[in-house]
Design a binder for this molecule. Structure first.
Ligand code: ATP
Ligand code: MG
Length: 584
């Protein structure tokens, strides 16, 4: 989609200036996910920015796992993140990187900070540390170990590394200013004890650096020029700068913050999405209702649509909530000219065409000249293009004595303005086929329509009916040659949206497990009971003779994808991607 103007957000301006002034001759960015969950639509924004600017300015972008928190992380998450970034269409520079591959260096530099008098081992309990940090009008209290000698600190830090402390008994803190206006500068913790197995480093370490310490130094090691992150890290920038300065880098990386992506009805927090998975309210991280990259891929959102969406949203420092329909707009745009069309009946109602045999017997002589068809073994095979763009090829649609139409296309008591079939308006065009006239309506003991008996006008294959106007076109599928299929229609997973985005901004790094009970309750209260509706549908054969992952437009319904996990040709399963019309 090329109708977008050249991007000129504040980050691209900074980069242009840095290149023009010679501050940098080439640029290096990075995308730094923590492998503690699957990537979501918020990460897509960050990926498009980091890889996007690298591409535009002939630079490179690294993929680096910020894996400093082994108890929350897993190899499965590492693998899914790599697959997602590649699927989105981006190439990282060289090998995948890991903060954990720098643990030796990070340890050396921690020793250096101790030797410089810039760090000390604190033996207070976690509660004491929190309490004594002060804030909210309360003065801070210095740790009893704050002024310990370099030798004592070196010995204690070594003991931490050697496993002589249990978790929570000792931490290494930067020695900055216990009265700093910015709480992040009140001697932040930079190393903690964690007797945990790490997915990359195994059991080599029992101390792990904190994100705020590891991240700037990893940036520096990789020669990152512009370290782009979301606004909640703005208050962490002074410490970022402090660390790279104290360790001593000639060309320090610089951090720039942009606003995070929030979308209504959508959680953009790995922790909360994990809760949905753990609660079992979705089938997994790749449930098509999930705003994860894996979920959206399975839902049938094309990568191009996601990139287009992020471009349209743009980059700024203004917090806001984007309308979900904007995402659907980009997805629909990406599908419009690339998906074959076909007919699928979601709520089948049987129609028996009593004059079928006589009507089609003479089809060749009566049809419009341009219509392509053949009559074989009593089935009239109608050839139609798969898309208005005829380059996408043709398909054959079987037309038979018994067909299905959608239940909602016939009403015994039609509401005002109803344009489809009813006892009063009994004629309609069958798409790609004849004009159909309902002659009789059979109801069951509950009074519900169970079958229609109809006729077709033999002269109307491609031709207008003589002497009357017939309004309305409906889709249909052969009852004998159609394929039974499972069709899943979706609504938002979550009903309310106001709180979602408040929650999103409350996000904090290294807070392992905030109040998960509150999360559970909140999720239960906000779940949409109608987020998934399953239809036992019937589809025309061309829609079933496809591969998992193929995408289509079911005419008059929606865009659909053949489910990547459950689809088979014998029992096709389709997921609704997005509706046909923009409701924005
Ligand atoms: P989460 O709260 O979902 O775990 P996170 O920020 O902790 O998100 P990381 O894996 O650390 O997750 O994020 C990698 C990068 O993605 C970071 O630079 C982060 O700023 C960015 N990012 C995360 N969420 C969003 C979002 N909603 N919008 C834009 N960027 C985001
Ligand atoms: Mg996080």
């Amino acid at each position: 989609m090329t109708d977008l103007p050249e991007k000129n957000d504040f980050i691209r301006q900074i980069i242009r200036d840095d290149l023009a002034s010679g501050k940098h001759t080439s640029i290096v960015t990075r995308f730094p996910p923590e492998p503690n969950g699957y990537l979501h639509i918020g990460h897509v924004k960050s990926i498009c920015l980091n890889f996007g600017v690298a591409n535009e300015f002939d630079g490179v972008c690294n993929l680096r796992f910020d894996d400093t928190n082994p108890t929350a992380e897993k190899q499965d998450y590492v693998d899914s993140i790599k697959a997602d970034v590649a699927w989105l269409g981006f190439d990282w520079a060289g090998e995948v990187r890991y903060a954990s591959h720098y643990f030796d260096k990070l340890y050396e530099w921690a020793v250096k900070l101790i030797e410089q008098g810039d760090a000390y081992v604190d033996l207070q309990t976690p509660e004491e540390i929190r309490e004594n940090r002060g804030g909210f009008g309360k003065p801070s209290v210095e740790s009893p170990q704050r002024n310990a000698s370099v030798a004592e600190n070196l010995a204690r830090f070594n003991d931490m590394k050697e496993g002589k402390y249990k978790e929570g008994e000792a931490v290494l803190r930067a020695k900055i200013d216990m009265n700093h206006a910015n709480m992040n500068m009140r001697d932040p913790v930079i190393y903690r004890v964690m007797h945990a197995h790490h997915h990359q480093t195994g059991d080599k370490w029992c101390i792990y650096p904190m994100y705020d310490y590891a991240h700037p130094l990893s940036d520096a090691i990789e020669g990152i020029t512009h370290s782009l992150c979301t606004l909640e890290f703005e208050d962490h920038r002074p410490f970022y700068d402090w660390v790279v300065e104290k360790v001593g880098f000639d060309v320090p990386p610089r951090q720039y913050e942009f606003s995070r992506l929030n979308i209504d009805h959508t959680l953009t927090s790995k922790r909360k999405l994990k809760r949905l998975v753990d609660m079992g309210v979705v089938s997994g991280w790749d449930d098509p209702r999930m705003p994860t990259v894996a979920g959206m891929r399975r839902r049938g959102y094309p990568a191009e649509g996601l990139r287009d969406f992020c471009e349209r949203v743009g980059i700024s420092k203004a917090d806001g909530v984007v309308d979900f329909r904007q995402l659907e707009f980009s997805v629909r745009n990406a599908l419009e000219n690339t998906t074959a069309r076909g007919m699928a009946v979601l709520r089948p109602l049987k129609v028996t065409i009593k004059n079928f045999e006589e009507a089609v017997a003479n089809f060749e002589a009566l049809k419009k000249e341009t219509v392509k068809a053949r009559l074989t073994d009593g089935v009239l095979w109608l050839t139609q293009p798969k898309h208005p763009n005829v380059e996408m090829g043709e398909r054959e649609i079987p037309f038979t004595k018994e067909i299905y139409i959608d239940r909602t296309d016939f009403e015994i008591n039609p509401p005002a303005g109803y344009k489809r079939l009813s006892p009063e308006n009994s004629e309609i065009r069958l798409r790609n086929s004849y004009i159909l006239k309902v002659e009789e309506c059979i109801t069951d003991d509950r009074g519900e329509v169970s079958e229609l008996i109809a006729t077709i006008d033999p002269k109307t294959l491609g031709n207008n009916p003589e002497g009357r106007k017939v309004k309305g076109v409906i889709h249909w599928v052969s009852a004998s040659h159609g394929v039974a299929a499972v069709v899943r229609m979706y609504e938002h997973l979550l009903l309310e949206d106001d709180e979602i985005n408040v929650e999103a901004t409350l996000h904090e790094k290294d807070v392992l497990d905030a109040d998960t009970d509150a999360d559970t309750l909140w999720i239960k209260q906000h779940l949409n009971p109608n987020s998934l509706t399953v239809y036992q549908a019937v589809v025309e054969p061309s829609l079933a003779n496809v591969s998992a992952g193929d995408k289509f437009q079911f005419e008059r319904e929606s865009y659909f994808v053949a489910d990547s996990v459950e689809f088979t040709k014998d029992l096709p399963v389709y997921n609704q991607i997005v509706g046909l019309k923009d409701s924005f």
